[in-house]
Write a protein that binds this ligand. Sequence first.
Ligand code: ACO
Length: 429
Amino acid sequence: MTGATSPGDRLSITDSRTGTVYELPIQDGTIRAADLRQIKTGAGDFGLMTYDPAFQNTASCRSQITFVDGDNGVLRYRGYPIEELAAKRSFLEVCYLLLQGELPTADQEAQWVDEITHHTFIHEGIRKFIDGFHHDAHPMGMLVSVVGALSTFYPEAKDIHNPETRHKQIVRLIAKMPTIAAFLYRHAAGLYYAYPDNDLRYTGNFLNMMWKGTELKYKPDPVLERALDVLLVIHADHEQNCSTSTMRLVGSSQADPYSSMAAACAALYGPLHGGANEQVLRMLTAIGQVSNVPDYIRRVKAGEFRLMGFGHRVYKNVDPRSRLIQKVAEEVFEVTGPSPLLDIAREIERIALEDEYFIGHRLYPNVDFYSGIIYLAMGIPVEMFPVLFAIGRTPGWLAQWEEGLSDSEQKIGRPRQVYTGPEPRHLPD
Ligand code: ACO
């Protein structure tokens, strides 16, 4: 979020090295880093730069897609509050909203759903590619490779300046991600691949590809189908996070969308990002029982490890997605039965929210804290959690990628550095 500014607002900077005063325009609560380059000590000086490791205070783009106000726990896609979208709209409608800027009309939605539904199958070559992985390969490692490999199946995707070509790849990626995800699961489980059922909705079809057994037609549980839809909506975009920034950065080199999205998937794999819900589950399992929670919290406070699923770079008050997820969890457990891990999670939350360390550090449950428990209750194995996150985040990545490509201010991304290595030196004669 940026502070309110009016046209004509200026920042006055006095350089103590030279005594020179500079007036820099302030726009949308920012100054342009390039404006600092005029601040020099002399002709040979490169000019002032900002130093911002981990981009904690640098806006890298202007975006119309997602608004996050971390202090007030606000998340909006194209202006609509996440709570309203999660309650009233499907994941595919939200995909359309993120990509097109508006919710679809009934006709547009029918056409969009039809388009997605008819691109759910994957090339048999991709199936064979998946077959080549070792049985215990991590699904995210496989996902990174398979998404990247799609670029070799659709070489026309390189034509990134053609809107129709872009649209085709966007449809393919949204449509095929659940199929790829389910195939990765089935491969690891040693099960036959269940092909898409085009009679089912997006999430129902995913459940079909995951769980279909010997029955002729798989019938998804409507509560689980809807719960999954809400989870995907909640994960659909989150502005310039690690994986989205990766997508934009790789995309800025004009790589095709499959290569860019493979890089985004790789960024999401990390335990501090999309891998966190997997880590939450491992943590809850390691804690084992509710009575062990206080000792675990003590060790977190002693700095032995972090409480996974707590804390967020942006939300320092409440993560609005975690509130929605709690509601979904209750609905899911009505169908699947209660989870003992949920009791441990609730105890952690209860203790942490009253504890000075967590209050002082402004650490609250994030979106990953409950999502893992829900996925586990649905029967989805822990290693697959970040893959589900990736399915949800696909429209966000693609919307941000397209926005970056059409932004005339953008060029190939290339941060600067402060060199701290050796002074010039020479090899001995
Ligand atoms: N448990 C305990 N202490 C924590 C935690 C945590 N989960 N998170 C942050 N802290 C502490 C740090 O030790 C640090 O303390 P100090 O100032 O006394 O040294 C302080 O809070 C600030 O921590 P930073 O790492 O600087 O905060 P940052 O904003 O960079 O980190 C992050 C955000 C990565 C999410 C962090 O809170 C974390 O590691 N959480 C656990 C992993 C997690 O749940 N990730 C999912 C994020 S949501 C998502 O990606 C969808």
